[in-house]
Write a protein that binds this ligand. Sequence first.
Ligand code: ADE
Length: 246
Amino acid sequence: MKCDVLTLFPDIFTAYLNESIIKRARAKNLLDVKLYNIRDFSSDPHRTVDDYPFGGGAGMVLKPEPIFRAMDLLNEDGMQRKVILLTPQGRPFNQASAEDYSKEKKRFVFICGRYEGIDERVKTLVDEEVSIGDYVLTGGELAALVIIDAVTRLIPGVLGDERSIEDESFSWGLLDYPHYTRPREFRGLSVPHVLLSGNHKEIEYWRRKQALKKTVKVRPDIIKKMELTELDKKILSEIDAYDEDA
Ligand code: ADE
């Protein structure tokens, strides 16, 4: 994934991009992030980036000029770009979007809004408005990081063990099953017996059942939308909380 980020707070990104898997992905050139401070593109002596809203009302609005100027600079290299505006008014981001983005050949631009809003004319530069959830953050920076993180871990070579992607909750559709490591016994809490049995078929069955149980309890909407296998239906019939007619 290659991306340019337009933000008023580039420092928000540096700590996160310099740790763990994301740091390694950057070192291996599997992730390239360039940060641009929108304020550097302001043309007035006070480096102003916001102004009062036409029509009145509370809060300030991000001015269009610095963002247009930043985009002009990015476009000088002639590269194809997909421009994403982070906003709570956007299309919801989910695992399917992360998978699509991980296959995208174009360079991304993430425009992070702040203040009460962004001048509507900026949207003429934008391909997609994206939200990471139904809540309002103080700016788009965390949303851009969430997207960069979710997409980066899907890029081949980023995670050590490619199986962990195949295995995990959202590619299954279900929420994840419980995980345990040593010790077998901890403060009176023991590891479920089946996981110590070495019987891979039974372990797989137990994990599927636990995943179904958790999903029925926490996200019944996922179960309703899923195509259940015959085995899933059998397992679900053993789970009390599941009511087929609900
Ligand atoms: N900016 C503020 N809130 C946001 C959200 N939920 N998603 C994306 N960008 C945002």
